[in-house]
Ligand binder design. Structure first.
Ligand code: AMP
Length: 112
């Protein structure tokens, strides 16, 4: 059974895509938690960060660097937060690894 994000990768579900390359896809979150809320996902199906294998180390770096590139493109490079929810108890609801890139409002610490 394909996850929602796999369906977005395959074009079966439309998303507001802000970046795409051979390794990853980035699109606007449908229920934004900040004025800017973008999801960055690998095209490879990895359910959650803790499922990543040794061979995925480069891909994980690419995801982080892609967040950097998108932040620069949006001129928010000095003010953004990245979040990865790993597992249902940590708030993960879609089991395809994704980074939340959030910006456009102040963020408090600790996170809820
Ligand atoms: P998480 O709870 O960390 O698994 O994050 C999943 C995110 O996917 C949530 O922030 C949702 O709002 C978002 N989401 C769910 N469906 C869609 C969709 N069709 N397009 C864009 N974002 C979505």
């Amino acid at each position: 059974m394909s996850t929602l994000f796999k369906k977005i990768i395959d074009g079966e579900i439309l998303a507001d895509i802000v970046h795409e390359d051979d390794n990853c896809l980035a699109f606007k979150d449908i229920a934004p938690q900040a004025p800017i809320h973008i999801l960055i996902i690998p095209k490879k199906e990895i359910p959650m960060l803790s499922d990543a294998a040794e061979e995925d180390q480069k891909l994980l770096g690419i995801l982080l660097f892609t967040a950097n590139k998108i932040a620069k493109k949006l001129s928010i490079e000095d003010n953004f937060r990245l979040v990865i929810n790993n597992g249902a108890k940590a708030g993960q609801s879609v089991f395809h690894l994704h980074l939340h890139l959030l910006s456009g409002r102040p963020f408090s610490w600790p996170p809820g």
